[in-house]
Design a protein around this ligand. Structure first.
Ligand code: PLP
Length: 217
């Protein structure tokens, strides 16, 4: 199936409240333009430099999401244009995003990445860390960042029961954190292999790459 057909197929399964981020990392601009021409306006990239290059080349009504782990020294390359940073895992990183956003007189929306998977390889903080950040003085002083929700990645496994359990946990962490800060509205969870389960667990934003653009090298 073509990129356009893949997109239409996925879109047709999504409840109204679920936003699709088309994860286009490693893919050429021509592939992204095919998705763009089919109506897609939100793209997710995990390498900041690659995202910045695609931003320069592509139409300016695209919303660019940084979905991967973010190194602090890379924030400056996306501060001008990024619309959502999914992988925020420390107050230190939030402070850097705030500083760079200030330079452009913008407020940058971020998601706190919560570690829900069993694997050690997945980044993220635990629920208590997130609560501590949201209730801290230091955070309340950051005027150029907004925490818009949470993001999580389930364990890479065939065991749907375990995936469901991890997504349910993220949903309940979200419910709790949202009582502390009314800006929290988004639960970013679900990828090509598990987005249907994520939606059952209350995801409001799925990040889908290979099911749209095909396998990556
Ligand atoms: C690559 C990536 C995705 C998309 O993965 P697919 O399995 O290709 O859908 C989603 N989220 C993050 C954080 C990623 O790095």
């Amino acid at each position: 199936m073509s990129i356009k057909e893949n997109l239409k197929h996925i879109q047709s399964q999504l409840p109204e409240q679920v936003t699709l981020v088309a994860v286009s990392k490693t893919k050429p601009v021509s592939d992204l333009m095919e998705a763009y021409d089919a109506g897609q306006r939100i793209f997710g990239e995990n390498r900041i430099q690659e995202m910045a290059e695609k931003y320069e080349e592509m139409p300016k009504d695209i919303q660019w999401h940084a979905i991967g782990h973010v190194q602090r020294n890379k924030v400056k390359y996306m501060a001008e244009f990024v619309s959502l940073i999914h992988g925020v895992d420390s107050l230190k990183l939030l402070k850097e995003i705030n500083k760079q956003a200030e330079n452009y007189d913008r407020t940058i929306s971020c998601l706190l990445q919560i570690k829900i998977a069993e694997e050690d390889s997945k980044f993220g903080m635990d629920a208590k860390d997130a609560e501590n950040i949201l209730t801290s003085d230091a955070f309340s002083k950051l005027k150029n960042v907004k925490v818009a929700g949470v993001m999580g990645m389930a364990t890479f496994t065939d065991d749907d029961t375990q995936i469901k359990k991890e997504f349910d946990r993220l949903q309940s962490i979200f419910e709790h954190l949202a009582t502390l800060n009314p800006d929290l509205k988004t639960i970013s969870m679900g990828m090509s292999g598990d987005y249907k389960i994520a939606i059952e667990s209350g995801s409001t934003m799925i990040r889908v790459g290979s099911s749209i653009f095909g396998a990556r090298d």
